[in-house]
Design a protein around this ligand. Structure first.
Ligand code: GLY
Length: 461
């Protein structure tokens, strides 16, 4: 956890942004796998971590704007808890470690909130995303789970987004530590892959490195010969000569900041000529996007630049045709790149996605409904302090090819005859993480092999 002053200053700043009422923060609970005492690894809520730093289940907190009071609610461990799980700081000690002097049992929370509501004071809360916290909110505020997202406090969401979007020096150091661990994970997978191995063996090594470095995974590992499936979490395939492996994996630092990297490499010691050609087109888009990063440029423009660069490369090899600017305007490139070029990253790998991407990535402006463009999570102008990923990719998705071809969709921009010979190609992407600085951008963490030459050198090992 950071120094208590970090949390005190964050809360002070938050209080200045809200007019009146009580801000309610629900920490996360243990999450059982198959019976209560057999849980998934505990992950605290990221906004709770941001303002209160306490990495324990069973906590909630309020910031009372009108009374200028901050309270942590939780229950002391019973002797049975201590026998089974070991000792822990007392609730008062936990509170003091993050600069909070008032603590109270969980049962006092509903009393406090009901009193505030009875006095006509608003109780602000963030959109809950876990079923247990939806039930908790229902009990505390008498708002049905189905109504909670709509009744979440836009004022509180805006205030939290306005703080968490700008990473401080100590947060950037945490993210760099996470990226450093992520690079080690990718290097290990790139070095060890051999024909005949299972994807599972690579995934196991990636996870081992994350855990051995004292953190966790920031998100479930993607490590697959079927990289055309964007979030492919199946690891049962055997690597064959001629395959490429797409690895998308990131470590989480001990303070729960994320790294998020993607690599694509051949199972053989070199790419095939066709893989090399597609890889280089993707790489050109990747570098075009990175070179465009600077304050004031909208991430929508960065994304569209990547789409146009990809599409021009695909036109050169006959997969696309016609006016490329128009093709991208109409969304034809989404046949090959049906998602976004990147997203915010911080305490969450998709930072603050639970608060709503219209707030985090769109300045509350409407989001496109066009296939492909609708999946861009971040469109707003970039600002110093933002940490974002850059991850354009090229994917050949047989079901999408068949559907669009049958519909004769974008026949002026896609050559379906040429495309047919790529239907089993798979997919590839590269991804690294960037801090937007005062005059440009800085890649976070150490470099990882990205160019064809770097990857093949590593594979020849
Ligand atoms: N790296 C996983 C994701 O961005 O969804």
């Amino acid at each position: 956890m950071f120094h208590p002053k970090t949390y005190i200053l964050r809360r002070e700043d938050l209080k200045k942004k809200i007019d009146t009422g009580v801000l309610l923060f629900l920490g996360n609970e243990e999450s059982p796998m198959n019976y209560p005492d057999n849980g998934y690894h505990f992950r605290q809520d990221s906004s709770f971590l941001y303002y209160f730093g306490l990495d324990f289940p069973g906590l909630a907190a309020i910031i009372d704007i009108d009374e200028n009071r901050e309270i942590i609610f939780g229950n002391e461990l019973t002797i049975d808890d201590i026998v089974w799980m070991g000792t822990q700081p007392t609730l008062a000690e936990k509170g003091r470690s993050v600069g909070i002097e008032i603590t109270a049992p969980v049962s006092d929370l509903s009393v406090y909130l009901r009193k505030a509501a009875a006095n006509g004071r608003p109780v602000h809360f963030l959109p809950p995303y876990r079923a247990d916290n939806k039930i908790r909110l229902w009990t505390l505020l008498d708002i049905l789970p189905a109504d909670q997202a709509g009744k979440a406090s836009a004022e509180m969401i805006r205030a939290v987004v306005s703080q968490r979007s700008y990473k401080s020096e100590e947060e950037i150091a945490e993210i760099e530590a996470a990226v450093d661990g992520s690079v080690k994970m990718h290097l290990a997978a790139m070095k060890m892959a051999r024909p005949g191995m299972k994807e599972l063996e690579l995934a196991a090594e990636i996870q081992r490195i994350a855990v051995a470095s004292g953190g966790q995974l920031a998100f479930p590992i993607i490590c697959t010969v079927n990289g055309q499936t964007l979030h492919n979490h199946y690891h049962g395939n055997i690597l064959k000569s001629g395959d490429m492996v797409l690895c998308d994996a990131g470590a989480e630092s001990p303070f729960h900041y994320a790294g998020d990297l993607s690599s694509t490499f051949p199972v053989d010691s070199s790419f095939s000529p066709r893989q090399r050609e597609i890889y280089q087109i993707q790489l050109n888009a990747y570098h075009a996007a990175i070179d465009a990063l600077r304050p004031g440029v909208s991430n929508m423009d960065v994304h569209l630049l990547a789409c146009r660069t990809l599409s021009r490369g695909l036109k050169e090899i006959g997969l696309m045709k016609g006016d490329i600017d128009e093709a991208v305007r109409q969304g034809a490139h989404a046949m090959f790149f049906p998602c976004g070029t990147g997203h915010m990253m911080g305490l969450d790998v998709h930072d603050m996605e639970d608060l709503g991407e219209q707030y985090v990535g769109y300045d509350e402006r409407p989001r496109s409904t066009q296939f492909g463009l609708k999946s861009l999570r971040l469109a707003r102008p970039l600002e110093p302090g933002f940490v974002i990923t850059i991850e354009p990719g090229i994917y050949f998705i047989p079901e999408l090819i068949d559907r669009w071809k049958a519909e004769k969709k974008f026949i002026d921009f896609i050559d379906y005859d040429v495309l047919e010979s790529y239907r089993n190609f798979g997919g590839l992407r590269n991804e690294e993480d960037f801090l937007i600085t005062a005059d440009g951008a800085r890649r976070l963490g150490p470099p990882k092999p990205v160019s064809i030459e770097e990857i093949e050198t590593l594979r020849r090992g």
